[in-house]
Design a binder for this molecule. Sequence first.
Ligand code: ATP
Length: 346
Amino acid sequence: MADILIDRVAKSFGAARALAEVSLQVADGEFVALLGPSGCGKTTLLRIVAGLETASGGRVVIGGRDVGALPPRARGIAMVFQNYAVFPHMTVADNIGFGLRMQKRPVEEVARQVGRAAEMLRISHLLDRWPARLSGGQRQRVAVARALAVQPAVLLMDEPLSNLDALLRLEMRADLKAVLREAGTTTLYVTHDQTEAMGLADRIAVMHGGVIEQIGAPGAIYARPATRFVGGFLGSPPMNFLLCSASGGRAAIGDFALAAPQDGAVMLGLRAEDAVPVGAAEGIPFDVRVVEPMGAHLLLTGAVGDQPLRAIAPPDAAIAPGARIGLRPDPARLSWFDPETGRRLE
Ligand code: ATP
């Protein structure tokens, strides 16, 4: 069993608090993404799990063992980082086999595991090459193969795809997902890229200001963000927020009214795909300023009153800049937040 228990882990650098008491459990074989903007503490948390950084409080338990006093190499983990260091003076095969040779495994086993890891990452044809002769994407595959060759119980990754171009990132993301599922590796993965987290992870922990704001399956936190921050961080375009005033259980937006969870000031969270463009009188009144044809749909940017909003429309919709249209929201897919605390209402 190689589950990870992060129990009330805290970290301060001098007077600056990087992590409040963060708790998180990663089940054996599970893939959890730590997702958040720059400075939210995700790298610090990963480095504490790895043993590259010491926590100010709390404990990390890997496979039932408190690893607090153990150096990185004794923790049963492998790591892949953004600046995928491959050794320039070793061939691809020797790079992949490095960890196994350090563990003094028999030569035949090293060869077998190198072959297997290379096959998984689809770089078998590169085994005799030198790293200088590889593309960035190929080098990254070597780094991942090297980490997987030792068959680690736990794999820690920090932005491993961020140096790749968009298409390679997409390809590598799918391969990584397939490979890790096949290997059954417990993975903790740091990223600021929400599409990467959504695509790869069984569960996402969204971090903000040194705390985890929400943990859940990608679809679940996308549909029901616990805070305004989570709603705004997931999705492209990001969730729209409309401040409105409710009374008698109804929130008025222009001439349009929606059932609201409480009276007074409420913040509506509305995703672009959750509202259908209709006639101006039939929905939330939306003044379209810019129309961008994205191929699969039109991306509409504009405002509801003086509040900015983005919506999408079918690719062939006859909507021109300057138009006023209506947006009919799907009542089952709305989010409501407390404007003061940012917490989800209901
Ligand atoms: P990024 O994606 O930019 O790496 P992050 O979410 O991974 O961001 P961390 O690198 O974990 O964030 O940093 C969290 C906070 O701790 C930040 O405010 C950062 O400035 C601070 N911090 C991190 N490492 C150190 C350090 N060695 N000394 C002082 N402050 C640090």
